[in-house]
Write a protein that binds this ligand. Sequence first.
Ligand code: EPU
Length: 420
Amino acid sequence: MDKIIVRGGNSLQGEVKVSGAKNSVLPVLSATLLTPQKCIIENVPDLRDVRTMIEILRHLGVNVNFENGRLEVESGEFAGYQAPYDLVCTMRASICVLGSLLARKGRAEVSLPGGCVIGTRPIDLHLKGLKALGAEVNIEHGYIKANCKKLRGTRIYLGGPFGSSVLATANVILAAVLAEGETVIESAACEPEIVDLAEFINKMGGEIEGAGTPVVKIKGVNELKGTTHAVIPDRIEAGTYLVAGAITAGDVKVKGARYDHLGAVIDGLIVSGAELEIKEDEIRVRRDGKISALEVTTLPYPGFPTDMQAQFMSYLSLADGISIITEKIFPERFMHVGELNRMGADITLEGSTAVVKGVEKLSGAEVMASDLRASAALILAGLVAEGETVVSRVYHLDRGYQNMVEKLRSLGADIQRINN
Ligand code: EPU
């Protein structure tokens, strides 16, 4: 199994380019099932999750060609309706084929995604939305089995105990575009990835209004056509490199970082003492003073993203004072705490709140990545830790960061990937 070895101490300098957004391209790929015609998707990151989604589409009988960040997908009259366990279990986002399969085939069988290290991940909101549109949904033998004749538009309230749901909103949009009449989603997720999905579907001939706000209106259309679309840059990857610049007291330009997608992260960096220079398609981060302690609470967009919580914890573990990090999306998403403490951090957990007492320095250690964002957090900690940090189980990283080792090395990090 591969490991990443980081020798800490180098201050990062230079430019790094952000890849396309993983969490945009996955639902966009599902949307290609809504038309038999060819769709071209550009700016596609080469990630394990994207490869898994391509496998699911091929399993359904769809033609997919992926080369140099460009995907050609032509679903034609594909015959499949099943997303099997061996593919779905490696990637929860595969649940977003449910809405498209129902819309296009009137039938879907998608394996339940199963446990997840970031906490329980219910799917009740997905099912509630699809049932409201007229689907019959049952859970049998580990599969979600859904059928419908013709889906019908309706009003659907999609808020849950932790606020809106990104993929439930995507699933309902995907199911509603070809439904009869108008669907109104209330308490819809406002994440940029939902806006990107709606833009793609509208280019295909869909009629979606209000994406990016809590009320999304979808007028059903009879058919959609093929189109070309470039996915937005990955805001979480951008945020991760901004923290890399700040944590190493460096000077890093993150090309493709969009201020309008990163408000809460940028605010956290500024308040904690980093200097930011913001341009339309690029953000430069610098830091030469102390890191000030912060209070961070993760919330649905435009609040602070849960997908940046672990990376900020690494950063704040070196702050001057005590930071409080509260997780309001996935209250158990703290597997990285124990690993950061092995590196000398002083973090205690009280329920879904982490109390991070800033320490003078971190020290390199052997640590284990537990999930995608935790892997990134451990690498960030390794960049400033004294001595060598060895991160194992880095396959998690391959799910969501394209060429992270190469990108960090180009900024001057002493980092390598080994196979043993
Ligand atoms: N929730 C429910 N019922 C549901 C669905 C969700 O109660 O039916 C709850 C969840 O348990 C959670 C909250 O709603 O407390 C929000 O979860 P959401 O459904 O928005 O998460 P998701 O759509 O499954 C996406 C991203 C995650 C990201 C979350 C939150 C994709 C492919 N995944 O997941 O990304 O953390 O939104 O922003 O878009 C990652 O990239 O590392 C990652 C985990």
